[in-house]
Design a protein around this ligand. Structure first.
Ligand code: URA
Length: 436
């Protein structure tokens, strides 16, 4: 290492700005295993307290993006798009947007993650389809993109390895919730994955890393600045995560719900978010329509005429998945438990992270890295915020293969909601769209 890590920690501890050279050298050495975790952890904590300037955040992003392989998508014609969600509960938008944009002749190339904490992951959801392989080689990735018009598989270990190492360290040192660190983590992967333009879905609320709109806006603005400095046009949609998105939280049941939307149906808020995200993506592409209304009509068209659904089938087939399963995505869960509220009133608020953690208890997520997932487990949400509920009607159904977890899961889900005689103001699914 050209610099003493001790000096860099000392500098940041007093709020100094690290230089590009210092950041690059530190990331190179950490990726090569030449810097101990305890020193990196100390620096991360100093960053958590003192923050980073825009320049530092961009240098960190670029150093992480260049720490491993970088995809070159030039062989695929047209402007390539990527979309990224900062993570939520019941968020199945990626499984829908790729096919929609492909049907509109806009190629999207995306690498997704697995579930993390209370949040679900697209890769786990897709892998709930029998036979589906998300560990494609780089050549297979490009081939599927070219043949199907979109691709969405697991992030390879070679892509932004520095972020992978740093993320695991942040996870155990309480330094995940830090805007420059989140922004550089997300954007390093987006830059390395090679798309020309990026749409970010920044989740905001009780089921998101950013709980309040101010912080979500600050994170979105930071990522847009990084995108611009790196020459990738970036738009951020700040969307609501104060309740689960749609009616399914799990894996197979989320694939089933994605198929409903791809067949022209689906729950209203999910459908609205899909239209708005797809319009942003379309308008950033070389297939942009003259107006946003025309763009929205084009998106609705591919959802209702079956062409987006057809792309999803082709994608699943290209990745080895059984498309007959998509015709009848059956749940084979041994137990179903309806959850009845204990009082009458309006569903007033939801601790969405707790809903996510309830689904983990049922088996739909992991308690620790590498745990197996029960793809059929999950939660069907039957009531949304602002709805009138009563003890006669369930607000949710729990699915699990383990009867013994049901009582605690039921209690956790009930505690996640408050019920009141006062009707709540329900936030719209889109809070704001930032384009600059
Ligand atoms: N998602 C990421 O990829 N990185 C973070 O730091 C947080 C969410």
């Amino acid at each position: 290492m050209k610099y003493r890590m001790y000096d860099l920690i000392e500098k940041k501890k007093h709020g100094g700005e690290l230089t590009e050279d210092e950041i690059r050298s530190m990331i190179t050495d950490y990726t090569a295993g030449q810097l101990p975790d305890y020193q990196m952890a100390a620096l991360l904590m100093a960053i958590w307290f003192k923050g980073m300037t825009d320049r530092e955040t961009t240098w960190l992003t670029l150093a992480m993006a260049q720490s491993g392989e970088q995809l070159n998508l030039k062989m695929v014609k047209g402007i390539k798009l990527d979309k990224h969600s900062t993570g939520g509960v019941g968020d199945k938008t990626s499984m829908i947007l790729g096919p929609v944009l492909a049907a509109l002749k806009v190629p999207t190339a995306k690498m997704s993650g697995r579930g993390l904490g209370f949040t679900g992951g697209t890769v786990d959801k897709l892998e709930s389809i029998p036979g589906f392989r998300s560990d494609l080689t780089q050549d297979q990735f490009l081939q599927v993109l070219e043949d199907v018009g979109f691709v969405d598989v697991a992030q390879t270990a070679e892509l932004a390895p520095a972020d992978k190492l740093l993320y695991s360290l942040r996870d155990v040192t309480a330094t995940v919730d830090c805007i420059p660190l989140i922004a550089s983590s997300i954007m390093s992967k987006k830059l390395a994955a090679g798309a020309d333009r990026i749409v970010l879905d920044v989740k905001c609320g009780s089921g998101a890393f950013m709980q309040d709109p101010e912080k979500a806006r600050a994170l979105a603005a930071q990522m847009i600045r990084i995108g611009r400095l790196a020459g990738r046009e970036t738009v951020a949609v700040i969307s609501d995560m104060n309740q689960p998105l749609g009616t399914a939280v799990g894996n197979i049941i989320e694939v089933e719900e994605a198929l409903e939307v791809l067949s022209g149906g689906g729950e209203e808020r999910l459908h609205r978010l899909i239209i708005d995200l797809a319009v942003e993506m379309l308008q950033l592409s070389d297939q942009a329509r003259a107006t946003r209304e025309e763009a929205a009509a084009a998106v609705e068209q591919v959802l209702t005429d079956g062409s987006a659904k057809d792309r999803f089938y082709r994608f699943v087939e290209a990745c080895g998945g059984d498309t007959r399963f998509l015709d009848h995505p059956v749940r084979t869960c041994a137990y179903e438990q309806p959850v009845y509220p204990e009082q009458e009133g309006y569903l007033y608020s939801c601790n969405t992270a707790e809903v996510g953690l309830t689904s983990v208890m049922l088996g739909a997520g992991r308690n620790k890295k590498g745990d197996p997932i029960d793809y059929s487990a999950g939660i069907r949400i039957l009531a949304g915020l602002g709805e009138r509920v009563s003890p006669e009607k369930p607000i949710a159904v729990l699915y699990s293969n383990h009867w013994e977890v049901m009582p605690a899961a039921r209690e956790r889900l009930l505690n996640a909601y408050t019920i009141s005689e006062e009707k709540p103001e329900v936030p719209p699914v889109i809070h704001e769209i930032l384009r600059h």
